[in-house]
Write a protein that binds this ligand. Structure first.
Ligand code: C2E
Ligand code: MG
Ligand code: MG
Ligand code: MG
Length: 285
């Protein structure tokens, strides 16, 4: 069936969609179109060390829609997961980011970690590791500077399959991180079963750390547990100096949040990097 996609992504209301297309199918078209036209693209939020140096950047997808304003990932990633094509988005965003950041690192003579979000639905879909390897080859981005962030909730579903993929990623030198740690009931079960590098302490625990004894205790306990298991920790959602200082005192290695910087476009990253220090990667090895 023929669909005239001209301008369809701009205003689905104005398009003469075939009556057989559901709203979900139209939205899927819009997203694919957003990718084809390069509207959907990565932004970057710095991950900071205890010394206010940049450890790396998290890649966060952005969709600045010409008519609808910026559509946040929480509006279209879960949809793409449900419809089974989130892998198209993840692959595209990852390749885009690896290419841009490889060029930037070469131009600046600097090295930093790049962490990409991936849906666990994607990693167990098959061929994930081969595809990622091909992306690294095409872009020249070094495997040992790449980290894959897997959200906790999605790990639980496919623990066994996820474990195999994680093993293969680590063999390539790619780090595996758990995102939003602490928000799911069975967290401890997969800490036991998966070979991970780092956990990202969910921002919801950090939010009221200065006034809640309970939240402080949870943060400290998670950080200590992580360290006992040889995992590093990124604290998410740092908005105030106080939160940074408290978590630093608890031994957390890395930090991320609006207190340092909001997610930025590549051009903004370039300006930003001219004003900050980058952590020496060699010193970590
Ligand atoms: P996430 O991976 O946990 O990313 C952190 C989210 O917190 C981002 O929201 C970021 O902009 C926001 N954030 C950062 N610092 C602060 C802060 O100090 N305070 C507050 N309140 N928020 C902060 P964003 O960019 O809207 O992304 C939402 C989620 O969408 C991400 O959560 C991630 O799960 C998902 N996502 C983003 N990009 C991708 C992608 O390329 N692929 C997949 N599969 N998922 C993605
Ligand atoms: Mg993330
Ligand atoms: Mg997160
Ligand atoms: Mg989070």
């Amino acid at each position: 069936r023929h669909v005239n996609l001209q301008d369809s992504y701009k205003d689905p209301e104005k398009v003469n969609w075939p009556s057989t297309l559901s709203d979900r199918e139209k939205y899927m078209f819009m997203i694919r179109r957003g990718i084809e036209e390069g509207q959907i693209r990565p932004n970057y939020q710095p991950l900071m060390s205890t010394y206010d140096e940049v450890y790396g950047f998290e890649v966060l997808v952005r969709w600045p829609h010409p008519e609808q304003g910026t559509i946040p990932p929480n509006k279209f990633i879960p949809f793409a997961e449900e419809e089974g094509f989130v892998d198209e988005i993840d692959r595209y965003v990852c390749e885009y980011a690896c290419r841009e950041m490889k060029q930037l690192m070469d131009a600046l003579g600097q090295k930093f970690i790049l962490s990409v979000n991936v849906s666990a639905k994607h990693i167990v879909k098959g061929h994930y590791v081969e595809e990622l390897k091909a992306t690294l080859e095409r872009t020249g981005f070094p495997a040992d500077l790449l980290a894959v962030e897997i959200t906790e909730s999605s790990l639980v579903i496919n623990l066994k399959e996820a474990a195999q993929v994680i093993e293969q990623l680590r063999e390539l030198g790619i780090q595996v991180w758990v995102d939003d740690f602490g928000t799911v009931y069975s967290s401890l079960n997969y800490l036991r079963n998966l070979p991970l590098d780092l956990i990202k302490l969910d921002g919801s625990f950090v939010k009221n750390i200065h006034e809640s004894h309970v939240d402080r205790t949870i943060c400290e306990t998670i950080i200590n547990l992580a360290h006992d298991l040889d995992l590093q920790v990124v604290s998410e959602g740092i908005e105030y100096e106080e939160q940074f200082n408290t978590l630093k005192a608890m031994g957390c290695e890395y930090f991320q949040g609006y207190h340092f910087k909001k997610p930025m476009s590549l051009d903004e990253v370039k300006e930003y990097l001219a004003t900050v220090k980058v952590l020496d990667q060699e010193s970590l090895a």
